[in-house]
Design a protein. Structure first.
Length: 353
């Protein structure tokens, strides 16, 4: 037999050993068990400490096992992946815990009666009452804020992308960036100062103005990014046919990016739906039903939740109403996000095979 034939039958040294696919799960289970054992032996009672110890053991165990079997280079890659998984779990656990606690405590009084009645003559420390007045207030205030903030935000973004040049565009961009980081209480104080100048009493539309101020920079930024994604070839083709620029924007640019623009508006609506500080200053709260946002104090869901916690005086009924209102608000925001995703998919360009 020749030397070449013997050499061909030798196993290749370039093929490295690899761990089975179930190895990360096994390491994670072992890390959790070992972390609980170490925590129990050390007398640690906090579950957060248990989780941190298990996470450290998971990363160290992944590196040790991978380095021994696959080599240090592949071990470093697996350690980076394990850090990503640990960060994901750390981010998800509080979210799941929040939703679980809200559902568990919110379903106690969440029924048709709760959704269709107001507090009326029911005191905060007494059982009964509902959030109908707060739902009406939130819908009207957020709706008016959207009617004000969304068109202004979209038109501002169109100006910045399609027309904006020179110092004015730079100034607008700068102020949009500044407004993005403004605390909500500052927007409320701004509207409150105007109300004090004109000697006006709290009313729902004042809260809508503050919410619109918070909404506009979010809409501007999201719309601006969507408009930038429209290919310039579409604009150039329309302009080459002699179509005016304003008509090109209206008939070509906006329809192409309408899905992303709508999604950005919905996300901005979801963002302002949970604001409490400006509503507390400007709307003031009202236990009775007020369908007119332009006259008299109104309620809203975030303000209702705050007042039930603040004025409960240890009452279990007030706490239950606050948790039920929180669950309703979460459901409202979740529905808005689902609607935004649905519109984005519906308006997304269809690619043929």
């Amino acid at each position: 037999m020749s030397t070449a034939a013997v050499t061909d039958k030798r196993p290749s040294t370039l093929r490295a050993a690899s761990l089975p696919k179930w190895t990360p799960w096994a390491i994670a289970a072992g890390s959790v068990a070992l972390g609980i054992g170490i925590s129990a032996a050390a007398g640690l009672s906090s579950k957060i400490q248990w989780g941190l110890i298990a996470a450290v053991l998971f990363v160290l165990g992944t590196y040790g096992i991978a380095a021994r079997v696959e080599g240090r280079r592949q071990a470093k890659d697996r350690v980076a992946t394990s850090f990503v998984w640990v960060a994901f779990v750390v981010a998800v656990i509080p979210l799941v815990s929040l939703i679980w606690v809200t559902i568990a405590r919110g379903v106690k009084v969440l029924d048709v009666y709760f959704l269709t009645h107001s507090m009326g003559v029911v005191a905060d420390t007494e059982p009964g009452g509902g959030i109908y007045h707060a739902i009406i207030g939130s819908l009207e205030q957020v709706g008016l804020a959207t009617a004000i903030g969304a068109p202004i935000g979209v038109l501002t973004a169109i100006y910045l992308v399609e027309y904006g040049r020179g110092r004015l565009a730079k100034a607008v961009t700068f102020f949009v960036d500044v407004m993005t980081g403004i605390p909500s209480i500052v927007a409320g104080l701004f509207i409150l100062s105007l109300m004090l100048i004109f000697e006006m009493q709290p009313f729902g539309f004042a809260g809508s103005l503050a919410l619109a101020i918070l909404m506009m920079p979010v809409v501007v930024r999201s719309t601006e990014e969507m408009l930038k994604l429209v290919p310039n070839e579409l604009r150039e083709a329309s302009l080459a046919l002699g179509v005016p620029k304003w008509r090109t924007i209206l008939k070509v640019v906006l329809p192409t990016s309408i899905g992303g623009i709508t999604t950005g508006i919905m996300l901005a609506v979801a963002r302002i739906a949970g604001e409490t500080a400006p509503v507390l200053l400007l709307v003031f709260g009202n236990p009775f039903i007020n369908n007119n946002p332009f006259e008299g104090a109104q309620a809203s869901l975030p303000l209702y939740i705050y007042q039930q916690f603040a004025n409960s005086a240890g009452s279990g009924a007030a706490y239950d109403r606050a948790w039920a209102a929180s669950l309703t608000l979460i459901a409202f925001v979740m529905i808005l996000n689902l609607v935004a995703r649905g519109i984005a998919r519906w308006k997304a360009p269809k690619t043929g095979r």
